[in-house]
Design a protein around this ligand. Structure first.
Ligand code: FES
Length: 118
C-alpha cells in the first residue's frame, strides 16, 4: 500500500530546483517547475544512469510552417548525464520516443511540506 514520504518544504524547493532522495530503496527526484511539483525516478531507462542529476533545459522546436525554429524556455526537460537522452519531467516520457518512460510518482502538498506518494 502506498504511503506518503516528506521530501522537502515548499520554501526549500524553488522554481527550477530539485531534490533527490531515497524512498523505499528507490532514488526519486522532485522538481518544482512554474509552481508545479513533479516526481520521477532517478533512473534512466537507457542504461540505468542517474537521470535526475542532469541539466534541466527548455526545448527547441520547429514551427508549424516547417521552417522557423524556436526555443520554448519552459525548462522541463532533463538530460541524462551519461549519454544525453532527454526526458520530460512532467510525465516521465523520453521526448523523442514516448515508449521510453521513467516511472513517475504523485506529489502532495500539506502545510507547506512536499510529500511523494510511493
Ligand atoms: S544511461 Fe541515460 S542516456 Fe544512457
Amino acid at each position: 500500500m502506498p504511503s506518503k514520504h516528506k521530501v522537502a518544504t515548499t520554501d526549500e524547493l524553488t522554481d527550477g530546483s530539485r531534490v533527490i532522495t531515497e524512498i523505499n530503496g528507490q532514488e526519486i527526484a522532485v522538481f518544482q517547475i512554474d509552481g508545479e511539483y513533479h516526481a520521477i525516478a532517478n533512473y534512466c531507462v537507457h542504461q540505468a544512469g542517474p537521470l535526475c542529476e542532469g541539466k534541466l533545459t527548455g526545448e527547441t522546436y520547429v514551427e508549424d510552417n516547417g521552417w522557423d525554429w524556436n526555443y520554448d524556455d519552459d525548462e522541463k526537460h532533463i538530460t541524462c548525464p551519461w549519454h544525453g537522452w532527454l526526458f520530460d519531467v512532467t510525465n516521465g516520457e523520453n521526448i523523442h520516443n514516448s515508449k521510453y518512460k521513467v516511472p513517475t510518482y504523485n506529489v502532495e502538498i500539506e502545510n507547506e511540506s512536499i510529500f511523494v506518494v510511493r
